[in-house]
Design a protein around this ligand. Structure first.
Ligand SMILES: Cc1ncc(COP(=O)(O)O)c(C=O)c1O
Length: 355
């Protein structure tokens, strides 16, 4: 698709909240990006429009068979006033991989990148400026054909919406309590775990709810076959430091290939640390904790960047990590990534795209 992006600006403007009042995903900006797909035409009519509801026939395929994918990334207003997207190309690549897995026609990567740049550009005044706040970007593709029947749809809608979000840690980074579940699983080998698709999140709700009622922030998923190897933690990738080795599960299709995961691994390799992408069993974690070698555990994800884990509970036993405090490597990773996002540190690998 080589069509230029049409821009239809809204004639009204919504009031903008104060940075201190921002939560997550509750407020949306004045505009959205849209494009349509039909079998005969491919992707067409890329445009920025005033934000508003979609009108869908009740038979629309996505409402019944969940043929949908999305991604999530952020734009930051730097200390120099510039607005930067963090690793947008990597997110576009992942979105197209998710699309292929769900039989959704991928977007031209250049158009997908331009969709993010154009809509954030139009709504640039919505990017909050307090450090820790950002503009969350949610590109999504849904099957829009109205029919009942299990097959890939013939038409799709791509849209990008934007939400100004508050600091994840308004009072500073805080360790969380995590429940290791072996009663439910999130994904199985050969399944959809590696795609960012709606059904994975629906599938996670029941276990997360149980964990929350039991006083935990999130669940740590074990693999769906043996219920033994660490997979992911809530909507984050997991990393554990045992002695001097930092271990994170490999990308074998059951976990989401996190962009923050990739960034943290790249930084730690650059720092000369021993990093392994390998399976790590919950028994190995328990055993390391028993020897006093489970030094740090953290999650990585766009929302929190780095989330220290202060406690893991497994089969009724609790493991307190680093005295429930933030570990030095956890803090170093958080500081390093945030500094690049806000333009406070050099960006030698070109992770940010200033718009
Ligand atoms: C299931 C799941 N795992 C991991 C992640 C972390 O990925 P990223 O670092 O790209 O945000 C996310 C968030 O996108 C997620 O939803």
């Amino acid at each position: 698709m080589t069509e230029p992006i049409r821009i239809n600006r809204s004639t009204t403007r919504k009031p903008k909240p104060k940075d201190a009042d921002l939560g997550f995903g509750q407020i949306f900006t004045d505009h959205m990006f849209l494009a349509d797909f039909q079998e005969e035409k491919g992707w067409y009519d890329p445009r920025v429009e005033p934000y508003g509801p979609l009108s869908l026939d009740p038979a629309t395929a996505v409402l019944h068979y969940a043929q949908a994918i999305f991604d999530g990334l952020k734009a930051f207003r730097g200390v120099d006033g510039k607005i930067r997207l963090f690793r947008p190309q990597k997110h576009v690549e992942r979105m197209n991989n998710s699309a292929r897995r769900l039989c959704i026609p991928p977007l031209d990567p250049e158009l997908a990148l331009q969709s993010l740049v154009s809509v954030v550009g139009v709504d640039r005044d919505w990017v909050p400026s307090t450090v820790g706040t950002s503009l969350y970007i949610r590109p999504t593709i849904i099957a829009s054909e109205a029919f009942l029947g299990v097959r890939p749809a013939k038409s799709y809608i791509y849209f990008v919406i934007l939400s100004p979000v508050g600091a994840y840690y308004p009072e500073g980074m805080a360790p969380v309590k995590i429940l290791v579940v072996d009663k439910y699983v999130r994904a199985v080998d050969g399944g959809l775990g590696g795609a960012k698709t709606s059904g994975n999140y629906a599938a996670s709700l029941f276990a997360s709810d149980e964990a929350k009622h039991a006083g935990f922030t999130q669940v740590l998923w074990l693999d769906g076959v043996h219920r033994k190897y660490l997979d992911e933690v809530g909507t984050m990738n997991i990393m554990v430091k045992i002695g001097d080795e930092i271990i994170t599960p490999p990308l074998t299709g059951t976990i989401l290939p996190g962009v923050t995961r990739d960034s943290a691994l790249a930084l730690m390799r650059k720092w000369g640390l021993k990093v392994s992408e390998r399976q790590v069993s919950i028994d190995e974690v328990v055993e390391a904790h028993g020897r006093g070698k489970l030094e740090e555990v953290w999650g990585t994800g766009t929302a929190a960047v780095i989330s220290p884990v202060g406690e893991l509970a497994y089969q009724g036993k609790k493991m307190v990590i680093n005295g429930g405090k933030i570990g030095p490597l956890t803090q170093r990773l958080y500081d390093a990534i945030v500094a690049i996002q806000y333009g406070k540190a050099p960006d030698p690998d070109g992770w940010t795209l200033a718009i």
